[in-house]
Ligand binder design. Sequence first.
Ligand SMILES: *Cc1c(COP(=O)(O)O)cnc(C)c1O
Length: 231
Amino acid sequence: MLKENLRGVEEKINAACKRSGRSREDVTLIAVSKTKPVETLQQAYDMGVRVFGENKVQELVDKYEALPKDIHWHMIGHLQRNKVKYIIDKVDLIHSVDSLRLAETIDKEAKKHNLTANILIEVNVAGEDSKFGVRPEELEPLINEISHFSNIQVLGLMTIAPFVENAEENRTVFARLRKLSVDIASKNIDNVNMGLISMGMTNDYEVAIEEGATIIRVGTGIFGQRDYTHV
Ligand SMILES: *Cc1c(COP(=O)(O)O)cnc(C)c1O
């Protein structure tokens, strides 16, 4: 099943890239493996998957320890400040920075490890109450402040679009995130790069690619439904 799923997702990514005149290399697929056992991740790894996304710190650390070291790990879930220290030296990219205090902690922990933390700013584009992320009008002030930290590099933006029946309904959300990214890029802020746009999940990643996503986060479409009854 995993093999067919991966092939199917790959075909859809290729088709969406073609439709929008984009190159396949410009879109990174993150296999979102939350709740899935290490054995399943190992199977995906054996099929060539090297980029995994997790949303819980403990789970990410456990899987990091158990799996090959050439995997690229992405933290895509809400991050508590007191847990930054556990992942700071294990992840390629933190997608979910949405406050100055969290950025401060990331900067501090990055300094301890003598590394530069790569982050995205999570934007609550649709203004849903249930979602983390900064409101669009808070974005530029936050990025301006974060740009002063010595051990953080802002690489772009991330959003979690609403759950919708028809992916087309999220097209405006994706277009708005992309526009915010272009607006911020035009300000040429030191230490701030807007090259990455993380948007699109199983139900809507094709639309997200058409609207400029450079990173898509696909879980169910690769690994099947998640089972939360044992966790
Ligand atoms: C779970 C999750 C995903 C993947 O969701 P699917 O609908 O299973 O593809 C993507 N992004 C974030 C932030 C998630 O928490």
